[in-house]
Design a protein. Structure first.
Ligand SMILES: Nc1ncnc2c1ncn2[C@@H]1O[C@H](COP(=O)(O)OP(=O)(O)OP(=O)(O)O)[C@@H](O)[C@H]1O
Length: 215
């Protein structure tokens, strides 16, 4: 099971600013154990997305060290990242990163075809559960942001994972839709016996968090 360890990481852009704040992430030692459900409150500009991108291996401009499962994140190679991202780590980016010129179905198929963890029928049923029946063939770029957010949520569930990384996942959803999405996500977190790291601007209680931290 994958443990996350942080050893005094400070992103380059935040250098100088870290230290004046009481962060429980930056420039700290932290161990986040498998299966934890961690909420990270991060006021705008404190490096919420930067943190998610570091954990997902998209940026290496930081001091200190972080480890997935004892392996230093900054030293993992492309094939190790590919394996991690297809089996261990799944993510909803703040900017979602759907393929705008592809349909909803195609966006989901790309993920589904990598691991065949769930069937496309299942993916479609989840999309319907989140109120997007009728959007299957529509190009992602023509959806509202809240609709795209729900597509990105379904997409993150179409692979196995030990950790789910969610960056403001419900920012454009009303409470009813956020509630439905949270229920679906939580079910699949339990199916996968996974942990979650949820970052958001303000506290929320969408999930039964085991720990709340400040970025
Ligand atoms: N590549 C970069 N070059 C320079 N500055 C950067 C870079 N990436 C991030 N920053 C700065 O680091 C800070 C944190 O950025 P980040 O995108 O992580 O913010 P955030 O906490 O996710 O904020 P928001 O909630 O507003 O999206 C910001 O001040 C941003 O301008």
């Amino acid at each position: 099971m994958m443990q996350l360890e942080l050893d005094h990481i400070i992103p380059e852009p935040l250098k100088g600013r870290v230290g004046q704040q009481d962060s429980e992430v930056w420039n700290c030692r932290q161990t986040i154990t498998p299966g934890e459900t961690v909420f990270l409150r991060a006021p705008s500009g404190k490096g919420k997305s930067t943190f998610m991108h570091i954990l997902y291996g998209l940026r290496g401009d930081y001091e200190g060290k972080a480890f997935w499962d004892g392996k230093e994140i900054g030293k993992l190679g492309d094939s190790q990242w590919a394996a991690l991202r297809s089996r261990e780590l799944s993510i909803v980016f703040q900017d979602l990163r759907l393929f705008g010129d592809l349909s909803v179905a195609e966006n989901l198929e790309i993920k589904q075809s990598l691991t065949h963890t769930v069937t496309m029928d299942q993916a479609r049923a989840w999309l319907q559960l989140l109120g997007l029946e009728g959007k299957w063939e529509q190009k992602a770029e023509t959806l509202s942001y809240g609709e795209r957010q729900r597509v990105a949520i379904v997409r993150c569930l179409l692979q196995p994972f030990q950790w789910l990384l969610l960056d403001e996942p419900f920012s454009h959803l009303d409470d009813e839709n956020a509630g439905r999405a949270a229920k679906l996500i939580w079910q699949q977190v339990q199916v996968n016996k996974a942990g979650m790291l949820v970052v958001d601007l303000e506290h929320n209680d969408w999930f039964p968090y085991t720990r709340k931290m400040l970025l």
